[in-house]
Design a binder for this molecule. Structure first.
Ligand code: HEC
Length: 388
């Protein structure tokens, strides 16, 4: 008796796979993939000018969709998922990629539209609602030319009269299609008015958050008696290090940063942001000889106390090729932190671990980045290749 039941289930599973693997249709198989994994950037008013909200748009772009999903270009997720998985990971499974390919080779059938999932809605103004403090840059006109980017730091006084405990931070890009990334710094030294510094790759003070298109707001974890957060000191300033890519000349932006605070009497465990390994950034610049691959490496440690890591922020510029960072504990265990096999300057992300990662005292953290300073890289036009 129990054998028969088992057999029936197996047959059912096989036929189910057959239907979904062989003849996928839009309403049941493709729309759920696009809605969950693409629309957050590909909706009208989103960061991509290509909207994939409708069946018609999806079919019109089917060839391109097949190409970018099978090559792994879309959805953009640079980290190697076999090395480390993160919260908010957005990747397609092999089965989803095959569904898209099979759907297209079978003539892109629409299926029964009454079975379409509910389309998610997007709010381009905020994912978190009303903030406790909002700071906006003065209307800024990009000075990026056709072959040079505009990096500008805009420092805005918070006007806070007392220290605040930050629970969440959100950046709202003013002009989503030209804001390439925003690094948010807390500068404990006040300035009385907004200061604009041109040719600026990074702000003063400590970096608390980085925004790249498609980024989620930073919400510090809060569980039972453990509330994590950062202190925003009285009289501090916030610096936004803005990057507008080449080709955005003359376009206008008015990005905002929003802060959400814990109630005054909350006890928080403070999260700090530090550049643990920063080759070339604040120290001696490194040299990349032409037409060869050069490895730049850095270490931190042995650490003198335990750390809990919440996120990792790898960073290289146009010539970056690949990147790896890990810790080795005193017991010689390796703790993987991040590996990016094909560095893509377009996607500067902070990656949040699913749970805090403990790096015990006495560990050493290693980072290696390869740079490819070949002629081919110099001729790349980054703006026109992606940010058209
Ligand atoms: C994090 C944001 C983001 C997500 C998620 C995302 N895309 Fe994109 N996509 C972009 C951006 C930005 C571009 C390039 C700019 C543009 O075309 O406006 C792009 C470009 C494309 C293109 C055009 C490529 C070309 O050569 O012009 C296609 C097709 C595409 N995406 C499909 C998808 C599909 C399918 C998914 C989901 C499986 C997806 N994208 C997920 C941001 C995203």
């Amino acid at each position: 008796m129990s054998f028969r039941v088992l057999l029936t289930i197996c047959v059912f599973l096989i036929s189910y796979n057959f239907i979904n693997g062989q003849s996928p249709n839009y309403s049941e198989d493709i729309a759920p993939i696009i809605y969950n994994k693409c629309l957050q950037c590909h909706h009208v008013g989103g960061i991509s000018s290509l909207s994939l909200e409708t069946y018609a748009n999806t079919v019109t772009n089917a060839g391109m969709i097949q190409h970018v999903t099978s090559s792994g270009e879309m959805p953009p997720w640079p980290p190697d998922t076999l090395y480390k998985n993160y919260a908010y990971e957005n990747v397609l499974s092999l089965q989803e990629i095959n569904s898209i390919t099979n759907w297209i080779s079978n003539g892109s059938p629409i299926g029964d539209t009454s079975l379409l999932p509910t389309m998610p809605t997007f709010n381009n103004t905020s994912q978190l609602g009303m903030p406790d403090l909002e700071l906006q840059i003065p209307t800024y006109t990009s000075t990026a030319t056709t072959n040079s980017d505009d990096y500008v730091c805009i420092s805005i006084p918070t006007g806070l009269l007392q220290d605040k405990k930050v629970k969440a931070i959100e950046v709202i890009a003013g002009n989503v299609q030209i804001v390439h990334h925003v690094l948010v710094y807390i500068d404990a030294f006040p300035n009385n008015s907004t200061i604009i510094t041109t040719d600026c790759m990074g702000g003063e003070g400590s970096m608390i958050y980085s925004y790249a298109p498609g980024s989620k707001p930073l919400i510090f974890p809060e569980e039972n008696n453990n509330k994590f957060g950062s202190i925003l000191p009285a009289n501090s300033s916030i610096t936004l290090a803005m990057h507008y890519p080449e080709g955005s000349y003359g376009q206008i932006d008015s990005t905002k940063v929003r802060f959400y605070f814990y109630p005054e009497n909350t006890t928080i465990r403070e999260v700090s942001n530090d550049f643990l390994i920063n080759e070339g950034l604040f120290g001696i610049p490194f040299y990349l000889p032409p037409n060869q691959i050069t490895q730049i490496s850095g270490t931190y440690g042995p650490t003198i106390e335990d750390y809990s890591f919440m996120s990792v922020f790898p960073h290289m510029h146009l010539l970056g090729k690949d990147f790896i960072c890990y810790a080795v504990t005193p017991l010689n265990d390796t703790i993987n932190l991040i590996k990016i096999n094909n560095w893509d300057f377009e996607w500067q992300g902070s990656y949040f671990f699913k749970k805090f990662i403990k790096i015990p005292a006495g560990s050493t953290i290693y980072a290696y980045g390869n740079y490819d300073n070949c002629q081919c890289n110099k001729s790349k036009s980054y703006y026109s290749s992606i940010w058209s």
